[in-house]
Each structure stands twice: as structure tokens, then as C-alpha cells.
Design a protein around this ligand. Sequence first.
Ligand code: EPZ
Length: 417
Amino acid sequence: MQRLVIDGGRRLSGEIITQGAKNSALPILAAAFLPRGQTVIRNVPRISDTYSAMRILTSLGCRIRAEGNVVTVDGDGCLSEISEQLMREMRSSVIFLGAVLGKTGRCVLSYPGGCELGPRPIDMHISALKKMGAVITEEHGRLCCTADNGLNGVSIALPFPSVGATENIMLAAVCARGETVIKNCAREPEIADLAEFLRSCGADISGDGGGTIVINGGKPLHGCEYTVMPDRICAATWLSACAAAGGELYVKNALHRHLDSVLSVFEEMGCQLSFGNDGIYIRANKRLKAPGTVRTMVYPGFPTDMQAVVMAAVCKAEGSTVFIENIFENRFKHVGELRRMGADIIAEGKVAVVNGVPTLYGANVEASDLRGGAALAVAALSAEGRTELGGVKYIDRGYENIEDVLSAAGASVRRIG
Ligand code: EPZ
């Protein structure tokens, strides 16, 4: 099992170029199943989740060519079953359901099991697709979905602005007869990126970024060339690394308009921020101040994906920080590992209280999910001594070559095993 060896206490400097957004590339790769002809997708991050998505497209009959961060998809695949093994590789592969069902009238996949963050239900996905005319049954953990007469556009009001449910409905609706209205939809930037990709293929979609998306389905979809947006969570992770380790860093391609709720927390922590025309500059030259209470919310609120990473940065801050995790049931698994490094954190239910300590100490710690792993790496940068971080496979799901990125900015991080 691979591990990262991190020697803390080194300040960061220089520039980090933000990779393409994992949570945009994944639904866009699923959407690339739809158009006839060839689609070229640029700025696709080289991470295990996108490799899994490419394997799923191949298993659905698409021809894939990946060269660096450019993925070419020949969308003439028309198979409709996704193996259990592929479904288990990546929980969010349920995002293929809407596209495969919409294009082929059928989709068989495994119920995406729970993951490190707790049960990951898909009830909103299922009820919306049923309302569009799909017949969905579950047999021995396999979901069998059919739409023998195709799908019909409908008006759907989501009980919660689920990102995945919004994306699945969008991907089904572009293939459906008539108009689909998605009320209380997710507003994340990745939703707008997916909508823009689909418009580039000829789809008629409007309202993305707001609370209601309208799709006029049934338009013929053709291949296109598209560039995935920068990854706002990776960008904020590098900002947090600099806040924790100290130093000055330019995070290139970070779009500050996507990060307002996170940037305000960094400013409350005493970091100095400024904005270039193509990135964000951060300076952290003194002990951080605790930012008060951090509540995770749907976009444009503070993103749940940044909870662990910001928690790592405030472990040595002056004062106490309260984190309230409102989105996922079980997203404090990094707390125990941070405590092994000397952090003073108490977590109960959806609340964690971090009392800042003067020093963290390098330790042997283990990642058990993607953002929790990134958080442990951030904490290790600010710790005294050496940290060995196991479970690198979780970090590799969302961060391209994290050791190279951080080392190029002055940190001492190497991969062993
Ligand atoms: C997406 O997950 C992201 N993943 C997550 O990023 C992100 O944390 C999450 O959105 C919230 O922003 C991808 O885009 C691949 P949700 P998703 O549906 O779509 C519940 C990362 O680290 N829910 O908005 O699964 C669900 O259990 C990952 O990059 C239902 O109850 O998120 C959760 O508690 C982690 N029923 C909440 O809603 C449903 O049918 C938010 O889930 C669907 C969701």
C-alpha cells in the first residue's frame, strides 16, 4: 500500500496550477455517452475516478482515447449494463444512469453501495426517473431500469438540491420527449459546466446556476470539443495548505467567484488574499485565528468538501472553531487521525469543536476518504516532524499527483511503496 512521507515545518511558496474539476469531469464523461460522433474533452484530471469513468464508457461500447488531460470519446456506444465491479470502483458512477437510460431505453447497474461518508441513497434519482416514465426494479442489489416507450419531460421538485440527482435528471431529460423542469435543483458550478457541455452538443437547457433548470428534450446531440472548469475544491485545498504551513502562494486558474464562502473563512483566519486575472494569491505569515463557526451548506454556502481541509488548517489556530456538517452523515472520520497528531477536537453527531493548539506532531495516520486524506496531508505540512500517511488511494481519487504538486511549492512530500 502506498504512503506519503511528509516532513512538516516548511513554508510554501511559488505557484500551483489548479487541475480540472473532478466533479465536473465525471458527469461530463457520462454525458459524452449521449452524442453521436466524436467528443473531445480537455482539462480532464488524471485521477482514479476519471479512469473509472472511462472504463465504464468502454464497457458501454464507446471507444476512448486518453492523451494526458485530453479524452476523446466516440459516443456510438449503445450498451446498457454496468458491471458490479465497475460500480464498486466509484460510488458516483450512478451518474451514468440517466444518460444510459435516456439513450438506450434501458440501464442495469448495481445499487451504489454506501461509501466512507455514510449511506449514499439515490431515492431522489429513482423517483425522478420513475416520474419521467422509467420502470425501475431492484433484484439482488442490481437496479433494472427500462423505458420501453422512451422518457417524458415532466416537472420535478427536488426535496433537496442534490447534485447527483440534478445531473441524472439533466442527462435523462435531454433525451426525453418534451419539456422537463427541475425545481429546487443544485446550483453548484459543476452543474452549469455540465449544462454548458450539453448545450455544446446541441441540447436546449436554461436556468443552470439558479434554482430551476428547464430542458427542452429530444434535440439531436452531436459531438463537440469542451474544456472542463478548474477544480474549486483542489484550489481551496492548496489555499488551505498555505494557510496551515505558512508562506505565500499563487493558485493559478482558481476562480474566486466559485469560492466566496471559503475565501471569507480564510480571511477570518487572518490570511491575506488578492486576486489575479487568472488565480488567487494567498499570504499567511502569522498564527491563524479561529474563524468561529463553519456550517457546510449547498452552493453557494460553505462546501462540505472543504470541511475536513479547513479543519486541518485551524488545528493550530488561536481560539476555537465549531464545524457543523449539514450535508453528509459521517464526514468526521479524519478527526481521530488529526487527534493522533496532537489536535484537540471533539466530534459528536454533526458538530465538531476544534480548540487550537500551539503545535501538531508528525505521526503515522491513515486516510479513509478523499477529502479527509487531503486534510491529513495539510495538517502534516504544519506539523513538527515526519508524518507517514497511508490510504493514498483515497487521495488519488481526486488529486492529480499530490506529492508533486506540494513538493513544487516547497513542501517535503514523497510517495513510497
Ligand atoms: C456530489 O456528491 C459530489 N460528488 C460530492 O463530492 C459533494 O460532496 C456533494 O455533491 C455535495 O456537494 C460528485 O459530484 C461526484 P448530493 P452527490 O446528491 O451528488 C443525500 C468529493 O469529495 N441524498 O448533493 O452524491 C446524500 O446522502 C465528493 O468530491 C439523498 O438522501 O451529493 C447527501 O447526504 C464527496 N438522496 C446529500 O443528499 C438522494 O437521492 C447531498 O448529496 C441523493 C442525495
